[in-house]
Design a protein around this ligand. Structure first.
Ligand code: FMN
Length: 184
């Protein structure tokens, strides 16, 4: 028998935040996701922590920001993820994720998500000079081949301010829509 809708636990979204220009506005995605019924937890890369207002994010989500691995025996601070949004995603984290490097908690979660079948979306925030590197295009192709849903955003010009105000956070939820629904 199906549970009544209002008694089901909320689906839980991990937002992985990297050290890129738009990171300070991650509250925009948190608000949108919560408005659509998601619980949200933030995982920041160690460098990404310096780009966000941790106090404000923790107040908004109700969960501690995760950035380092917990010690063995420590409780898990976040519920398991039903979906993951990597936003904004850096050149660095995208290439390391595609290569299977797991030297930050964020990368460890992303590398494992593939094997666990967790729907994952990627919103790169990378300038066109970095995006021209062949390794970056290969990384995106590899991640797409793994089922990662990649946003349509064009790279911004280097040294031109980045255009964080035009970053389409809503694309994370648009891309996740059907895949996330399928897990409920
Ligand atoms: C002010 C500032 C802005 C940056 N913006 C970007 C960016 O928009 N995209 C990017 O890929 N890297 C950017 N970087 C470089 C990354 O922060 C750097 O590669 C870092 O090692 C990424 O770490 P992470 O991938 O673990 O978050 C920026 C660095 C600084 C200092």
């Amino acid at each position: 028998m199906n549970e009544p809708l209002d008694e089901r636990p909320k689906p839980f979204l991990y937002v992985v935040v990297c050290a890129a220009g738009a990171a300070g506005d991650v509250g925009t995605l948190i608000t949108m996701a919560q408005g659509r019924g998601w619980g949200v937890g933030v995982i920041a890369t160690p460098q990404g922590l310096g780009f966000i207002d941790a106090t404000a994010v923790e107040a908004q989500t109700g969960y501690p920001i995760r950035s380092a691995w917990r010690l063995p025996g420590e409780p898990r601070p976040l519920p398991p993820a039903d979906a993951i949004a990597v936003a904004p995603a850096t050149f660095n984290t995208i290439n390391k994720w595609a290569a299977g490097v797991s030297d930050t908690l964020a990368l460890g979660i992303l590398c494992e998500a593939y094997g666990m079948g967790i729907p994952t979306v990627l919103l790169p925030y990378v300038n066109s000079a970095m995006a021209a590197h062949p390794a970056y295009q290969e990384s995106l192709a590899r991640l797409r081949g793994m089922g990662v849903m990649v946003s349509s955003r064009e790279s911004h010009q280097p040294k031109a301010g980045g255009g964080a105000d035009r970053f389409r956070w809503e694309e994370a939820l648009e891309l996740l829509g059907p895949a996330a629904d399928a897990r409920r």
